[in-house]
Design a protein around this ligand. Structure first.
Ligand SMILES: NC(=O)C1=CN([C@@H]2O[C@H](COP(=O)(O)OP(=O)(O)OC[C@H]3O[C@@H](n4cnc5c(N)ncnc54)[C@H](O)[C@@H]3O)[C@@H](O)[C@H]2O)[C@@H](O)CC1
Ligand SMILES: Nc1ncnc2c1ncn2[C@@H]1O[C@H](COP(=O)(O)OP(=O)(O)O)[C@@H](O)[C@H]1O
Ligand SMILES: [K+]
Length: 468
């Protein structure tokens, strides 16, 4: 079935995949010059709208990123917007030389004194192989200081496209970054993603690349069927531990994310349990209940021997499960049952899991998440300012930046409860992880600033409403 371009435009490509996609387009009859025209004119339209007649400076480097800059400059000139090109290096590629020859406006040699309102950074893109030399870094930094609006084309110069690593310290902050053809990993990986401002993508006709990562997108959530029943809608069991506060937060979110029934197994009913939460002291009966669609184990669990025994017992029930927090510190390969599972580590818990699964704690975050997913056969949600979801078959979903107000205690419990609730609804671990992470980010957007984890949990309901 042909995929719609909307879905294609969620692809995230590394440099090799982007090159292969470009070669496929060339083989199908589009030449590099045409691709550069599409990219440059698409980006030029964004620049023109933002500049709105104010003077634009385009900084051009030697490669095809610089080539895009010459196309953007000519587009602006054609549309009557004042533009000056600063030539950091003369074009070195055929397509960039052609783009320069087609430009009929003003160009000055690498001159840091040029002033304007909008700077368009086309020094280097995905072809960057090393840090900027001192003269190029100075030129970029001086121009950035002289222009209040800074637009990076494809990726900000000095940022490594595949990793999101800045190859120079002190690179300027962009106000807008325009990705060309497809998203790159740098657009979603720290620290680069925090330097890029608003993100936009120009479609140049790139087709689907097998094995490509995707950006987390708004999920589609179904309204319960006409004959829905609370148990068939998904019964979630949450196993409480020594500190039930965390499971209350998880339950509060779970009650609002779609599950029909949320049950908490706790030795005593927590004082602040929501009225809708069914509390049982009989863990064995809860685990044996045929209607139990999913389990959440780990928040507020404690890390002692008793906690480890309860974790092993809970996972032995072989239900689709979410393991979070202390559960992740106690998880061992022998506890896995092969049923759908989501692990939700932050960086500290990830390091513990890597020790438990005998994996190297090195490489990019997405690579580490993929390695753990392959070793555990679980879906791994590696949390943080640049959360990623990795599936056991090599599926990879990267998250756009969520609100940094999420960096407050208890929001991880809310995420775990949200994912577990979705897992109870349909039993698909990858889908539940994606839905839960999206709902969590959206709930944060809805509650705004300086929120508590409890307020976030309550906003999950409003986030669900946006997916119906
Ligand atoms: N792949 C595609 O399909 C398309 C790519 N386009 C543009 O092409 C860009 C990639 O172009 P290129 O591969 O030519 O790469 P760049 O323009 O990013 O860099 C080019 C050259 O600079 C050299 N270089 C790398 N780091 C350097 C440094 N620190 N100091 C000095 N020289 C350095 C490299 O050897 C390379 O030859 C993309 O980012 C995008 O802007 C677009 O024109 C549209 C189509
Ligand atoms: N700076 C940040 N920007 C965006 N999201 C963040 C940031 N810091 C943390 N988060 C998110 O907040 C949640 C924190 O979870 P976690 O570390 O488990 O905290 P806790 O154990 O207190 O609940 C995760 O979903 C994480 O992705
Ligand atoms: K650039």
């Amino acid at each position: 079935m042909p995929r719609s371009r909307d879905r294609l435009l969620t692809q995230v490509l590394n440099v090799a995949q982007m090159h292969a996609a470009e070669q496929a387009l060339i083989a199908a009859g589009t030449d590099v010059h045409q691709l550069m025209q599409r990219a440059g004119r698409g980006a030029g339209e964004w620049v023109r709208r933002i500049a709105a007649g104010r003077p634009v400076t385009v900084l051009c480097g030697p490669g095809n990123n610089g080539g895009d800059g010459w196309v953007i400059a000519e587009y602006l000139r054609e549309h009557g917007n004042p533009v000056t090109v600063v030539v950091a290096r003369e074009p070195g590629t055929g397509a960039a030389k052609t783009a320069r020859s087609l430009y009929r406006g003003a160009a000055v040699p690498g001159d840091a004194a040029v002033e304007g309102e909008v700077l368009v950074d086309c020094l280097f893109g995905s072809g960057l192989t090393r840090g900027l030399s001192d003269d190029l870094f100075e030129l970029l930094a001086c121009l950035a200081r002289r222009h209040p609006h800074r637009i990076a084309i494809d990726v900000p110069s000095g940022v490594e496209s595949d990793s999101g690593r800045p190859l120079n310290a002190g690179l300027p902050q962009s106000t807008l970054t325009i990705a060309l053809g497809a998203w790159k990993h740098a657009h979603f990986a720290m620290p680069a993603c925090a330097m890029m401002g608003v993100l936009r993508l120009v479609d140049i006709g790139v087709n689907e690349v097998p094995g490509a990562a995707r950006v987390l997108a708004r999920p589609s959530i179904s309204v319960p069927a006409a004959d829905a029943h609370k148990y068939r809608r998904g019964m979630l069991g949450i196993v409480a531990g020594a500190m039930p506060g965390a499971t209350i937060l998880a339950s509060t979110a779970a009650l609002r994310a779609g599950a029909g029934y949320v049950k908490l197994a706790a030795s005593a009913a927590p004082a602040n349990a929501p009225a809708e939460l069914v509390v049982t002291s009989d863990l064995s009966a809860m685990l044996a209940d045929d209607r139990l669609a999913a389990l959440l184990v780990g928040p507020g669990f404690g890390r002692g021997d008793e906690a480890a025994r309860i974790l092993a017992r809970s996972l032995h029930a072989a239900r689709p499960s979410v393991v979070d927090a202390d559960g992740l510190m106690l998880l061992r390969p022998a506890m896995l049952s092969g049923t759908p599972m989501v692990l939700t580590p932050h960086d500290g818990e990830m390091a513990a899991l890597e020790r438990a699964f005998d994996l190297p704690a090195s490489g990019l975050r997405r690579e580490r998440a993929l390695a753990l997913a392959a070793a555990s056969k679980a879906v791994v949600v590696l949390k943080g300012p640049d959360s990623v979801i990795a599936g056991p078959e090599g599926e990879l979903v990267v998250s756009p930046r969520a609100s940094s107000w999420l960096s407050v205690a208890g929001t991880g419990d809310v995420l775990a409860g949200t994912i577990a609730s979705r897992l109870a609804v349909h039993g698909d671990a990858m889908r539940a992880a994606e839905e839960g992470l999206w709902l969590h980010g959206e709930a944060a957007r809805i509650v705004g600033s300086a929120f508590t984890a409890g307020e976030l949990a309550c906003a999950v309901r409003a986030a669900v409403e946006e997916c119906l």
